[in-house]
Design a protein around this ligand. Structure first.
Ligand SMILES: Cc1cc2nc3c(=O)[nH]c(=O)nc-3n(C[C@H](O)[C@H](O)[C@H](O)COP(=O)(O)O)c2cc1C
Length: 163
């Protein structure tokens, strides 16, 4: 474990946020120390062992998805007061909005006293009808490129001690 390690924690129901997390991992790999974990597999030791974070999940019912929320519920108090000042960024997949999930993660990050080091990135998949919402998602290359760049920027910043 290293304080320069980037930890990417993700949840996804139909593939969009997973693709964002994987793209961030791809961008970070080779530029530094990075781990990617599904939210249900990540625990407070994983959070404490990293120096920075990318949280990736969909918006479901105007909130972050349940599995991602459960990760924060499990880890919030074991980690509170022990990660202050560490870097974070977010990747949100949404049908048309994403602001609710974004705001929830921002509030938790404020509680942990994390420092946002990359602009908010919300990918709107334009899923409106039940069939569209339940369908597997494919994201535009332009979005995936931004995710790769975010992963690379965070891991590089951690490597050089910029954050
Ligand atoms: C139960 C459920 C609730 C959803 N609620 C919202 C919502 O409140 N706002 C929104 O923009 N999209 C909503 N969506 C759409 C998803 O955020 C969108 O399809 C997103 O791309 C899914 O990401 P994923 O493929 O990583 O699961 C919802 C989807 C589901 C399945």
């Amino acid at each position: 474990m290293s304080s320069r390690q980037l930890l990417i924690v993700w949840h996804s129901r139909t593939g969009a946020a997973k693709a964002m997390a994987e793209a961030a991992f791809e961008g970070a790999r080779g530029a530094g120390d990075v781990r990617v974990l599904r939210a249900c597999d990540a625990d407070s030791d994983d959070v404490l062992g990293a120096g920075g974070y990318i949280f990736a999940c969909p918006e479901n019912l105007a909130t972050m998805s349940g599995e991602m929320k459960e990760f924060f519920d499990r880890c919030y108090y074991p980690v509170l007061g022990k990660v202050e000042g560490r870097a974070f960024a977010t990747l949100i997949a949404a049908g048309s909005d994403g602001a609710g999930a974004q705001a929830q993660i921002d509030r938790i990050a404020t509680g942990w006293r994390l420092k946002r080091v990359a602009e908010r990135l919300i990918a709107n998949t334009d899923a409106q009808t039940p069939d569209e919402i339940l369908a597997p998602k494919t994201l535009d290359e332009a979005i995936l490129k931004q995710c790769r760049e975010m992963g690379q920027a965070l891991v590089t910043g951690l490597e050089i001690g910029a954050f």
